[in-house]
Design a protein around this ligand. Structure first.
Ligand code: GDP
Ligand code: MG
Length: 225
């Protein structure tokens, strides 16, 4: 189903390019969210710093979901290159790379245009890998069912305290690169207690995306959404 056809069938509106970007962003985000309820797919927005392990996690998660006969669409946001989309398509996902140039986050309009390239309502899972940084992406709604922050031990033990609003605006946290914690003298327990100070009940997963350790629990979590 294509953009206008889908939008029209849902609320008789199409994208209005001249409207203020934030307002239009939220309208499209709501439409994506409505579509996820109507068609039963899950949209998961993956945010986090450059190099925190977002693509590595998505490679592992995609491979597992595909082995369970789930269909997966991944939208990758990066300033340049299609490296991440190429990596993930090798694991059996349909992928769309969005290059933002200097843009430090994805907006819902860009995401919708990417969705439109495929029969997006037919997938079981749609993952959006946002542009790598812990600041801009968290302020933009994309219509996701869950907003996941991937943080990692090399970002330093104070990463949570330094980005409180980013963690406040998320639904799930993955602490990745746990294998490096000892070498970096990072206390994962301190990171967890900092997260819980901000969001006491938020689900927190710990992972090593190089070998998939800890990601089984995250996969179980998203399968049960
Ligand atoms: N040691 C270790 N390296 C990791 C882990 N996860 C990812 N990496 C490495 O970190 C680098 C950046 O990972 P990538 O998934 O591209 O990060 P992204 O920029 O957030 O998508 C790559 O060299 C990965 O192999 C992990 O859990 N442990
Ligand atoms: Mg990446």
């Amino acid at each position: 189903m294509r953009l206008n056809e889908e939008l029209n069938s849902m609320n008789s509106k199409s994208i209005k390019v001249g409207k203020p970007v934030r307002e239009e962003n939220n309208r499209i985000a709501d439409l994506v969210h409505e579509a996820s309820k109507k068609y039963g797919f899950k949209v998961i927005n993956i945010m986090g710093s450059i190099g925190s392990g977002k693509t590595s996690i998505l490679e592992f998660v995609t491979k597992k979901l595909v082995s369970l006969n789930k269909t997966v669409l991944v939208i990758n946001g990066d300033l340049a290159t299609s490296i991440d989309a190429d990596r993930i398509s090798l694991k059996g996902a349909t992928t769309v790379q969005i290059n933002t140039g200097r843009g430090c986050h994805l907006n819902a309009i860009q995401v919708y245009e990417a969705l439109e390239q495929h029969e997006w309502t037919k997938f079981d899972f749609i993952f959006i890998e946002n542009v790598g940084n812990l600041i801009c992406p968290t302020g933009w709604r994309l219509g996701a069912n869950k907003r996941v922050i991937v943080t990692s031990t090399p970002e330093g033990e104070w990463v949570v305290q330094k980005h409180p609003l980013s963690f406040k605006d998320s639904d799930v946290v993955i602490i990745n690169k746990v294998d490096l914690a000892t070498a970096l003298e990072i206390s994962i327990d301190n990171m967890i207690s900092d997260i819980k100070m901000i969001e006491p009940d938020i689900p927190i997963f710990q992972s090593n995306a190089r070998n998939g350790e800890g990601l089984g629990d995250f996969i179980t979590y998203i399968l049960n959404l």
